[in-house]
Write a protein that binds this ligand. Sequence first.
Ligand code: BGC
Length: 262
Amino acid sequence: MEIFGVDIGGSGIKGAPVDLARGDLSEERFKVLTPHPATPDKVADGVREVVRHFGWTGPVGVTFPGVVTGGATIRTAANVDRGWVGTDAGALLGERLGGVPVTVLNDADAAGIAEMNFGAGRGRRGTVLVLTFGTGIGSALFVDGTLVPNTELGHLELHGHDAERHASTKAKDDHELTWEHWARRVQKYLAHVEMLFSPELMVIGGGVSRKAQKFLPLIEGIRAEIVPAELRNNAGIVGAAMRAAATRTDTDAVRAGTPAER
Ligand code: BGC
């Protein structure tokens, strides 16, 4: 079974059809740049461009970099236009895509669902945290495979600042930090998160997980096992498609192999 997944990020909107049995993209993904300002209307156009590129007309799962409640309503927008807050993104995108069903969920939650089913968290019980480092810091918390949605741990306070302003990869780029310097910041952040949740496993995702060997070996003093994400930058797309499948019918969700969703 295939469903289309779209990942709305701070820098790009990317998507592809997803093979739900394999948890992988069935075609090479297509990306457009995130418009600035990233208003609902402009982003919806970007999503349409990505979906149209493949001539896709079926259901679509979409990630959003903010809190999503009630299935599709946006509640926060830290790194995109504030105009999203209160928007029913499912309705907006569904209409823009010509009336197809659209499921929306938080980007880190989507990445987490994909990693728990097909990647670094596969088969892992207990408390697992998937953290994505990019424009912001996203978090997905799992307890025995069940997601606690919208945890927003990127906004924990660290040294009097929003943690993601201090330790995201955007902070690394903006302040031209060395890997060593940035790794110290990430280490402090992980120590803080560990103090609060004592996870058994922390999966480090986002684009920077490609370069995990540059900073993970520099991180010390954390009890939890720390591993890089395996689906890398495709986790959001895969997780979005999985959620869209799960929303359609429970039977499909089981076939699509989404135990973390049950
Ligand atoms: C948002 C989260 C999102 C994360 C990663 C944060 O600024 O508040 O909802 O998951 O960035 O995109």
